[in-house]
Design a protein around this ligand. Sequence first.
Ligand code: COI
Length: 354
Amino acid sequence: MLDIKFDLTKEPKEKPQGPLGFGKIFTDHMFIMNYTEGKGWHDPRVEPYHEISLEPSAMVFHYGQEMFEGLKAYRGDDGKAFLFRPDMNAKRAIRSNERLCIPTIPEEDFVQAIKAVVNVDRDWIPTEPGTSLYIRPFIIATDPILGVAPSKTYLFIIILSPSGAYYSSGLAPVGIWIEDDYVRAVRGGLGYAKTGGNYAASLAAQVKAHDDGYEQVLWLDGVERKYIEEVGSMNIFFKIDGKIVTPMLSGSILPGITRDSVITLCKDWGYEVEERLISVDELLDAQKSGKLEEVFGTGTAAVISPVGKLRFGNEVMVIGDGTIGEVSQKLYDTVTGIQTGAIPDERGWRVEVN
Ligand code: COI
């Protein structure tokens, strides 16, 4: 258990009015904790949100030794604040840290730190439909040394951002570009870890896709460039001939918490759910024979995001009629309903901040 010190601001900022966007506004406070080899994680504290100062030689700037997480807080009518499955983020953070040689943080401490800072800034949790307080925990390597080696010092920081929908189109279906040149990750690489490098690797293809009018990139496997992996900021699901199909966790894709929740819900609702290899050719065939019924992405930031169009080379697969599909809508309503408390949480996914 962390012994967290609190230094609260005397000059609270104005809360935002109007549309929030995603990740643009930050609250009054942040959590911060240091790591020093031989001493472990130490000095956990909640402080006014502030700039941090690092030496230009800090390892994170050169070799990208860093990890991050993403989760959200919601506020009930009674003023209570809730998180969605924070234990899953804490467990995934441990796996990312291990992959990146960053010292791990015990699950209970990770969740305690999140609760501590969210509790202090609970008035910042927006309550308009489709909004939440996005929570961004991250760890950076701070040794001021240019040799390539694991750092001996780190900072663990949590910042909070009142946010709206990740995509400006909200629940309108997005267009996705299937990338057949660049790859995001390979098995044995960093694909399953939540680390900045995976997102840096995605930018060139994202720019290409945007230039062509597509919102996001769908990655293929790094070896054969044949099998579907994930989208830049979400996992991907298909409804093919009545079955729910999603790429299996092969090591090169992110084990999404919304992905896991969607699989559980679909199974509970009686759908056959397959986690397996899915080739682009299978998708093209399914689309041509009218069996590709729905496509949607899942992610903490994106929640459930319907896909209306997939482009691969010269082929453009149009999915549905330009509106959100039935299963995608039901999943969106159920996931957000559980998160906000609008529908009962039978699985213990909603965790109160206290
Ligand atoms: C999240 O969904 O929380 C993510 O981390 C995706 C992000 C890159 C916006």
